[in-house]
Ligand binder design. Structure first.
Ligand SMILES: [Zn+2]
Length: 222
């Protein structure tokens, strides 16, 4: 791997050698927003596993049923789909939503440069999610760090914003427990490969983004 070329991205804003990044973090860590910002900054693609699965579900009734029931799809379905999409990203990617467990991580079999983990205390997630509002039309999400311009109205489409039923502290706590159980193992897996970059995900999106760029910046040449 050519370090010189990789080094240029923060200066020229565009990477010449494709950077292949995984981003992980609990719901409410701002993962989707950071993945978008990173993709734009580096000129790479944001591959969102959830979107790929929803797209696939439109053509496959069985998968749609499983997703609607909230089931975790087997790695034999998820990983080949993700792999196929990553292989098409010649300029690099930031992958979001996979791998969910060690089995998926092992199956992925694609070179990864960085695994960014958005670190945020559970207490903060609960605070963020329970104050979160969603647009009933376009599903856009607003919170304390990203309030809508007009109170109660979506910036994008002007529709009504509402609190989501599954965003109550009890349900959030349960989801976080499952998330930590799964993710801890995946994190250890990438830590052993020296790919894990833990980033403090508290504060404004721009602040978090600065920390991410710092975490993936190649060491300065002497
Ligand atoms: Zn909207």
């Amino acid at each position: 791997m050519n370090i010189l070329k990789k080094q240029s991205f923060l200066g020229s804003q565009r990477s010449e050698t494709p950077l292949q990044i995984i981003i992980m973090g609990p719901q409410g860590s701002g993962k989707g927003t950071q993945a978008e910002m990173l993709a734009r900054e580096l000129g790479i693609r944001h591959v969102c596993t959830g979107d790929l699965l929803r797209e696939m579900a439109q053509k496959d009734a069985k998968i749609k049923e499983a997703i609607d029931r909230g089931e975790l799809l087997p790695p034999e379905i998820v990983i080949p789909l993700v792999r196929k999409n990553l292989m098409e990203c010649r300029k690099g990617f930031v992958l979001d939503g996979a791998p969910r467990n060690t089995e998926q991580a092992q199956m992925l079999g694609i070179h990864i440069d960085h695994v960014i983990y958005l670190d945020i205390p559970d207490k903060k997630v609960i605070e963020r999610l329970s104050s979160r509002l969603q647009c009933m039309e376009c599903r856009a999400i607003y919170g304390k760090d990203m309030p809508p311009k007009v109170q109660g109205k979506c910036d994008k489409c002007g529709s009504e914003l509402r609190h989501r039923d599954d965003d109550n502290p009890e349900t959030i706590r349960k989801r976080l427990k499952v998330f930590h159980e799964e993710t801890e193992k995946v994190m250890k897996y990438y830590e052993r490969k020296r790919l894990l970059r833990k980033v403090d995900a508290s504060g404004k999106p721009e602040e978090v983004f600065e920390r991410i760029l710092k975490a993936i910046k190649p060491p300065a040449r002497l």
